[in-house]
Design a protein around this ligand. Structure first.
Ligand code: GAL
Length: 373
């Protein structure tokens, strides 16, 4: 009798292990990226699709041309296709509520990728970087590079801000981290904003557009710097806007100094500007790691698990697990946040060491090793 029970228990264990192993067989993930026109998303899409396919999943990847209606349609099509998991970087974090209600009705778990998706209870998890820290790193870089000291008000530096897309929930975190870091120096009169534009809404850049950032900075230079006022710092929340600001400085700034220009993402054109001294730093976020963390999370979800802090050890990159900071309007979304870091002309080799960039033939500029950019 005892022998029969032990055989039965062993059989149950084998069957449950088999079902676990087979759980992922034939599973499909739907990956919705915002646009190809902003460089980083080409890399995100490539890494996500490649890593999920190498792990044995079918991966359906769509880009929605920064068109909100198209993204809703694209996600609705993935739901109709019966995907088992949705991974979405929203164009407009407020615009997916109804579409994702359909995902929830269909029992499809959703990972908000890089950008938090608001006002929907369909979101299971959020995977991103600590985006407030991105802004803090930019602000602290300004303080360290200029040697600012709250005790020394003998010198004043002029700074202008360029923030991101108001529809992108990340943009407020980037700007907030930078402004919170620099505000004490503005209040002390050590940093001065000649345009007076210190509110997010005044310096936001719809769609993160390089052309809009260029035009806005040209207008600011014409209005506040044509009398010879020196511009010391142009704090830009990301590289696509920094590209436009650097172009405006090149064409419309009469001063003989090179303003300090910040960015984020490690876009190729901006890394070249960093080599050429037209941009001073970028905050790098390893989106291959972000894709890897999303794969680890997706595997656990598709295996029927409810991962929490325990998943950190298998993300393949340094990260934190946050169950306090990201309320999407329906409640706190458990979040995995990877770590960004500062890149300047002095440590570009760190990007080559990731394997995602390589030096060009002259060992002068960096190129991407990704197939799509
Ligand atoms: C943000 C993203 C940044 C930035 C911007 C433009 O949401 O986190 O990396 O580049 O979008 O794509």
């Amino acid at each position: 009798m005892k022998k029969a029970i032990s055989i039965l228990l062993a059989l149950c264990m084998v069957l449950s292990l088999c079902s676990f192993a087979l759980a992922d067989e034939g599973k499909t993930v739907g990956i919705a990226m915002p646009t190809k026109s902003l460089e980083r998303w080409n890399r995100d899409g490539e890494y996500l699709q490649k890593q999920f396919e190498e792990a044995g999943y079918e991966a359906k990847l769509v880009y929605s041309d920064n068109d909100i209606e198209q993204q809703n349609n694209d996600i609705a099509n993935l739901i109709a296709d019966g995907v088992d998991l949705l991974i979405i970087s929203a164009i407009d974090g407020e615009s997916l509520t109804q579409t994702l209600a359909d995902a929830k009705d269909a029992g499809i778990p959703v990972i908000a990728y890089d950008r938090l998706i608001m006002n929907t209870d369909a979101i299971s998890y959020y995977v991103s970087f600590d985006n407030y820290t991105v802004g803090v790193l930019q602000g602290q870089f300004v303080i360290d590079t200029l040697g600012l000291d709250l005790e020394d008000t003998s010198t004043t530096y002029n700074i202008e801000f360029t923030a991101g897309d108001p529809a992108d929930n990340n943009a407020g975190f980037f700007f907030g981290g930078a402004m919170d870091t620099l505000k004490p120096y503005i209040d002390a009169g050590i940093l001065n904003v000649p345009s007076g534009k210190t509110e997010f809404e005044q310096v936001a850049t719809p769609a993160w557009s390089t052309d809009t950032a260029l035009e806005n900075m040209q207008n600011t230079l014409a209005s506040y710097y044509s009398d010879g006022t020196v511009l010391d710092v142009a704090l830009c929340s990301n590289d696509s806007t920094a590209l436009g600001v650097a172009q405006a400085i090149g064409s419309d700034y009469a001063g003989d100094n090179q303003p300090l220009v910040t960015g984020q993402d490690g876009d190729i054109a901006n890394l070249q500007n960093i080599v050429d001294g037209k941009q001073t730093m970028t905050v790098y976020k390893n989106v291959s790691d972000e894709a890897g963390a999303t794969l680890a999370l997706g595997k656990a979800i598709l295996a029927g698990e409810t991962p929490a802090e325990d998943l950190l050890d298998s993300l393949g990159a340094e990260a934190s697990y946050d169950t306090e900071s990201y309320d999407n309007g329906t409640g706190i979304i458990p979040s995995y946040l990877l770590v960004p870091y500062v890149i300047t002309a002095d440590n570009l080799q760190m990007l080559v060491d990731t394997g995602l960039y390589q030096w060009d033939a002259d060992n002068h500029y960096l190129e991407s090793t990704a197939e799509t950019t």
